[in-house]
Design a protein around this ligand. Sequence first.
Ligand code: HEC
Length: 161
Amino acid sequence: MRASAPALWVSAAAFAAGIALAGTATASRAQPPLRGVADPTQARADYILKCQGCHRPEGGGDARTTPPMRGSVAKFLSVPGGREYLGRVPGVATTDLDDARLASLLNWTLYRFDMGNLPDDFRAYTADEVGRLRRAPLRTEASRVRAELITRMPNGESPGK
Ligand code: HEC
């Protein structure tokens, strides 16, 4: 039971993400597809392999080490410097994916976990922009930069403090 729990967890998350994306695909007959996500299946697989260990399948994070992204990550796009932060945060900037796949993954992450807080004028990240941002990765200062950005958010702070 104990040993099989993580595998179950992963497949449940993959299943849930599949449903979310299937829903989007259906809606996309009327609306544009996920802008800036070249291949949602690839993006989901990349998330599972490269991000979910820390951010957890549902983006809920881990109380001790990793702040939640679900319901809050897109709020960074509404404060000056936040867009840059999302491309320079260490987990994003230093992952071993090429710029195009990383841009897709970052856009997918925003849609998947925080569609509700995406600004109306959201421009999807491009490979060029992500490539430029990740060349200046944040290091130990990431949490300070993050905390500072949160103080600029309209409601003072995100749930993922
Ligand atoms: C080793 C654990 C770890 C991995 C792996 C990781 N992250 Fe993170 N991530 C964090 C932590 C911790 C933060 C908070 C900022 C900081 O201190 O680095 C964060 C912050 C973020 C943020 C900014 C949102 C916020 O609330 O600060 C985004 C977006 C993000 N990660 C996306 C990703 C993506 C996409 C991947 C996979 C390519 C990834 N992360 C991989 C630990 C990780």
